[in-house]
Design a protein. Structure first.
Length: 200
């Protein structure tokens, strides 16, 4: 766990430096808008994205949410490569949403793929169980504390059979159903949980 905290600490400055400038007038508002825990932007390597979506068995017809979507790579891969019906990426940082738009353009997605994608600004820590009722797969690359805050919301909101995959960070004493190691530059861990029954 310590290893990963250090890894994130290394990129935190770069991530934070890319936030839009905060003016004197909106300083208080910005303070309120910021999530309680700030997770920096560290994109998941494409090979690890593939491993996450494979482990979650994303298939045609699935709805996939990436919480803290960064440049949208997981959401886009879910739709483009795994034929998900719908992909939603949420990030609190407006700069990341511009990155998502750019990625969609650069990858020359089809009209049909674009229609299936939504990127929106928001704080995932403010999401409620109701937000997850129609979701088949949730992906995350956040931090242990954020995972633990999201855990009861996901357990309450997701339907039986829904899957959660997390890159590198687990959910405390909620034992994963599967775990995989993927080596790209370093060893990455991918965790999978499947909702067994409503509320668990
Ligand atoms: C480690 S990056 C992962 C990005 C992407 N999911 C991936 O795996 O490539 C974490 C992302 O979560 C976003 N984020 C952090 N805390 C958030 C929050 N509370 N609500 C929404 N987005 C958040 C950050 O802006 C950042 O883009």
């Amino acid at each position: 766990m310590r290893k990963f905290a250090l890894l994130f600490a290394g990129v935190a400055v770069a991530g934070l430096a890319s936030y839009p400038a905060v003016t004197a007038e909106d300083k208080d508002k910005k303070k309120d808008d910021r999530p309680d825990i700030v997770v920096p932007f560290v994109p998941t390597k494409d090979e690890v994205v593939k491993a996450m979506l494979k482990l979650a068995a994303v298939k045609e017809g699935d709805t996939v949410y990436d919480l803290g979507c960064g440049d949208g790579r997981i959401t886009i891969a879910a739709v483009k490569d795994f034929k998900a019906k719908r992909g939603l990426g949420i990030d609190f940082n407006p700069e990341r949403l511009k990155d998502c738009e750019k990625r969609v353009k650069d990858l020359k997605l089809t009209e049909d793929e674009i229609k299936k994608l939504t990127f929106k600004q928001g704080d995932v820590l403010k999401m409620t169980p109701e937000d997850f009722k129609d979701v088949d797969v949730v992906t995350m690359y956040l931090l242990p504390d954020v995972n633990l805050k999201l855990r009861p919301i996901l357990q309450k909101g997701l339907k039986p059979g829904a899957r959660i995959v997390s890159h590198d960070f687990n959910m405390g004493d909620w034992k994963e159903d599967k775990m995989e190691k993927v080596t790209v530059d370093r060893e990455h861990t991918v965790y999978l949980w499947t909702i067994k029954e409503a509320g668990k």
